[in-house]
Write a protein that binds this ligand. Structure first.
Ligand SMILES: CC(C)(COP(=O)(O)OP(=O)(O)OC[C@H]1O[C@@H](n2cnc3c(N)ncnc32)[C@H](O)[C@@H]1O)[C@@H](O)C(=O)NCCC(=O)NCCS
Ligand SMILES: Nc1ncnc2c1ncn2[C@@H]1O[C@H](COP(=O)(O)OP(=O)(O)OP(=O)(O)O)[C@@H](O)[C@H]1O
Length: 216
């Protein structure tokens, strides 16, 4: 059965959605729009979870210092220097996998906690943004995998406008991710974000209207 068929008929319980895409494809914008359009939705953002671990989890910070060196620790020693760590892991696949092994179980644990809270609250929707959903086999029993997709050209343009990364770094981050075409094939639902923001908003409005016709 097409996975969304059950969701469309079943009006009870929280609908669990995973949202992914490539770097700078528009995941955060799409998630912002989903929670704006569905006020009772509960959201979890893996990138925010990672940032909190890198800022405040003493054991994570110490292990990163030991594994990847002092250039990855902030000058005041209070957290991880994300720029330093980015430069370290996107040039070295083994280091990146090591970092993922340290962080991903913690991110998933937090995701499951927020998901349990959403169910307890009786939220209609739980939305988890997981950039490496397919690469990492991230599974929280989601009903649907949503992908926000753009062409590589647009992705690189938006990434460089937002973060100012040089082309070498941008290419190595993209090389660490499944190609967008693969993500699109693995998706249950694709949002195409090549056009203006209003076009993505329109796609999300229609999707939510179909999934949750009684929710505003
Ligand atoms: C390398 C780090 C320090 C860079 O931090 P920064 O603040 O610049 O980026 P941020 O965390 O906001 O991630 C931005 C985007 O980069 C891409 N990205 C991040 N980590 C990875 C990775 N391991 N592999 C491929 N792409 C990645 C994703 O598209 C993500 O949405 C940070 O991304 C990190 O610790 N990554 C490892 C943890 C991880 O795998 N995170 C992905 C979600 S679980
Ligand atoms: N349709 C659009 N038109 C123009 N700019 C856009 C559009 N959608 C998103 N952007 C811009 O592109 C950049 C990337 O979008 P966003 O941060 O939502 O992507 P992301 O997938 O969450 O990124 P990351 O992988 O780094 O977490 C941002 O600067 C955002 O404002």
């Amino acid at each position: 059965m097409f996975p969304s068929a059950r969701l469309l008929w079943d009006d009870t319980g929280v609908k669990n959605l995973a949202l992914t895409g490539g770097i700078a494809s528009g995941k955060s914008f799409a998630a912002d729009e989903m929670v704006r359009l569905c006020a009772r939705a509960v959201r979890f953002d893996s990138d925010v979870s990672v940032r909190e671990l890198l800022r405040g989890d003493r054991s994570v910070i110490e292990q990163i210092g030991e594994k990847f060196g002092p250039a990855c620790i902030a000058a005041d020693g209070q957290g991880v220097d994300r720029g330093g760590l980015r430069a370290r892991v996107f040039g070295d696949a083994a280091a990146r996998r090591d970092l993922e092994r340290l962080l991903h179980p913690k991110v998933r644990e937090e995701c499951l906690e927020v998901q349990a809270k959403a169910a307890k609250l009786g939220a209609p929707l739980f939305l988890a943004e997981v950039p490496l959903l397919f690469e990492g086999g991230f599974d929280f029993g989601q009903d649907l995998n949503l992908v926000v997709a753009v062409s590589r050209e647009t992705q690189l343009k938006r990434l460089s406008a937002r973060d100012g990364f040089d082309t070498g770094l941008a290419a190595s981050i993209l090389a660490a991710q499944l190609p967008m075409e693969r993500k699109v094939l693995l998706a249950d639902v694709v949002f195409w974000n090549e056009g203006p923001r209003s076009v993505l908003t329109g796609q999300i409005e229609r999707f939510l209207h179909t999934l949750l016709p009684h929710e505003r």
